[in-house]
Design a protein around this ligand. Structure first.
Ligand code: FAD
Length: 279
């Protein structure tokens, strides 16, 4: 069972627990992106098992009136085993999403996988007429060029700052440079697209910028944040009429995800210490 301390960031171990979280979160006007925890598989069977789990999750979401969709990771669907394995599993999940009316996002992982992920996304976005979305990382120097390529591809784009440590040769490593690249990428998306823009950030400066760009250019957008991070702000934005999607992981591989959340920010670490001490 997930201890309460990790339950802030993880929606439960089973689909039933995750659905209960979605139901409660939807009551606050916040939609949910479910991610089955799992990554970096080197065994084809593991990747196929998770693809099967997504297909059945999508069928179950389609049978409810919940405001939920899913997000998969390339390495969970087998990209470390082979690009063909990833493409096959990803296609199966997107086809299920298409059949049951459930949107499918794809996370972006380390830079070695960017090309294969972009190629698979573009092919599926065209085949399924936009029922799929892709995360792109502002910290990568290549991303402005990738956005030129993606701008006319159907589907959605989630812009994040980037969670992977990449070398200076291919990535901005200074926080100010990453923020500047994020602003430029967001401006580009609002100028070039009419919709399908997701602001994947907890940063108040980026969320305000999206509001301003929406007022100026009119393109529709949504804000995406992680479960357990600025939950009050998620509810406040939703009450203000912004489309908000919360990324909520679930599954029994929650321990490493929880440690990542605690390590990445002082606020999260303090929360963990307080929970342990009961203060
Ligand atoms: P930061 O630059 O970390 O922080 C900026 C400001 O935001 C802070 O000064 C503070 O005001 C506020 N803030 C941030 N965190 C907190 C907090 N815990 N409590 C209170 N205030 C806070 N990365 C990938 O590489 N690939 C992915 O596929 C991917 N998917 C993501 C999906 C979603 C929905 C989200 C939200 C993030 C995803 N990320 C992904 C992670 C992302 O790349 C960043 O590492 C992460 O979001 C931190 O950057 P930030 O923009 O939120 O703000």
């Amino acid at each position: 069972m997930i201890p309460p301390i990790a339950g802030r960031f993880v929606a439960g171990e089973t689909p039933a627990a995750a659905f209960e979280h979605v139901r409660r979160t939807n009551e606050d006007g916040v939609n949910v992106i479910l991610n089955l925890l799992g990554e970096h598989y080197h065994d084809r069977a593991e990747a196929e098992t998770d693809a099967d789990a997504y297909v059945s999750l999508i069928r179950d979401i389609g049978d409810t009136d919940l405001d939920a969709c899913v997000s998969v990771k390339p390495s969970q669907l087998g990209i470390d085993i082979g690009d063909d394995v990833f493409r096959e599993n990803f296609r199966r999940v997107v086809a299920a999403g298409d059949e049951h009316g459930v949107f499918v996002w794809c996370d972006m992982e380390d830079a070695d996988t960017t090309d294969a992920t972009l190629d698979a996304f573009e092919a599926l976005a065209r085949e399924f007429d936009g029922g799929v979305g892709l995360c792109v990382q502002a910290n990568l120097r290549r991303t402005r060029g990738d956005l030129d390529r993606l701008v006319d591809v159907p589907g959605r784009i989630r812009l994040v700052k980037g969670a992977y440590d990449e070398p200076e040769s291919i990535a901005y490593t200074d926080k100010a440079d990453v923020n500047e690249a994020y602003r430029e990428d967001l401006e580009f998306l609002f100028k070039e697209r009419d919709d399908g823009i997701a602001v994947g950030s907890h940063d108040p400066a980026m969320i305000s910028l999206a509001e301003e760009l929406h007022a100026e250019h009119g393109a529709d957008y949504e804000v995406q944040m992680l479960m357990g991070v600025r939950d009050d702000e998620q509810r406040r934005l939703a009450a203000d009429g912004v489309e908000v999607w919360q990324y909520a992981p679930y599954g029994d591989r929650w321990l490493s995800y929880f440690y990542r959340r605690v390590r990445e920010r002082k606020e999260n670490a303090l929360f963990a210490v307080r929970a342990v001490l009961g203060v």
